[in-house]
Design a protein around this ligand. Sequence first.
Ligand SMILES: NC(=O)c1ccc[n+]([C@@H]2O[C@H](COP(=O)([O-])OP(=O)(O)OC[C@H]3O[C@@H](n4cnc5c(N)ncnc54)[C@H](O)[C@@H]3O)[C@@H](O)[C@H]2O)c1
Length: 259
Amino acid sequence: MRGLDHKISVVAGAAPGNIGAATALRLASEGATVVAADLDLAAAEAVAEEIRAAGGRAVAGQVDIGDEGSFAKLLNKAARDLGGVDHLFNVAADLSADTIGVDSTNDITTLPLAAWQRTIDVTLTGYMYGIRHALPLMRARGGGSIVNTMSAAVWMAEPIRAAYSAAKAGVAALTRHTARIAGREGVRCNAVAPGTVLTASLLRTLPEAEQARQLAEIASPRLGRPEDVAAAVAFLFSDDGGWVNGQVISVDGGLTMRG
Ligand SMILES: NC(=O)c1ccc[n+]([C@@H]2O[C@H](COP(=O)([O-])OP(=O)(O)OC[C@H]3O[C@@H](n4cnc5c(N)ncnc54)[C@H](O)[C@@H]3O)[C@@H](O)[C@H]2O)c1
């Protein structure tokens, strides 16, 4: 893809086998220098090491995206050490048992407030922190590109995961707002909305019968791979995506298509 060579890309939420890692690997293979960051530093380091072993350029960073100071520090350090920030991929989400596990077994009449709040704090407010602190760095560079991660859950009217789908729906509004305020300065902001993507952790935890049920619902012969989302993000960061702004791109095998 055009225009990714020697760009500096921050991927916030990269651990082996996940969507962030596949995107970090893809961007590095296109010539970008990648900051692979995660709450779990050892996991981020493993991603950076995989990139370097493949001949790419990458460093690891630790970040808690739900903590404004932590996210600001990651981005400012990347700018200082590497010369600037061109891309931010907001991809982390709190998918822990205490958060999405609880959200997935309740509706809003029974959902404990702590699970709601944690989801909003990380999966929505965390993205706002990233955008807020990436924008000045991108403006200083004369442009940039941000991609946020939503979910097909936003449109599925699920009887569970109210916090998750509400947070992800909020990300759509944040995406369009950012595109509106920064587009004329050359900073684009888009979102990807994946359907079921078989990450290393989902391959371990999603029962085969459930995989088959979900496959039967989509207009594709297979469920998603992390690389499917990585390709869409690489396009949105690239010059080939240079006139795409404020959009949500569904990468879901046709799950949410409408006539
Ligand atoms: N896999 C899917 O089927 C699917 C479908 C739709 C949307 N998504 C979205 O795609 C994104 C990536 O999903 P995934 O399946 O690769 O998830 P994952 O759980 O494998 O990866 C998410 C990463 O975020 C990190 N993280 C969690 N809390 C954090 C915090 N506070 N600060 C920094 N990092 C933190 C985790 O350590 C983990 O490495 C998420 O936003 C998710 O909601 C995934």
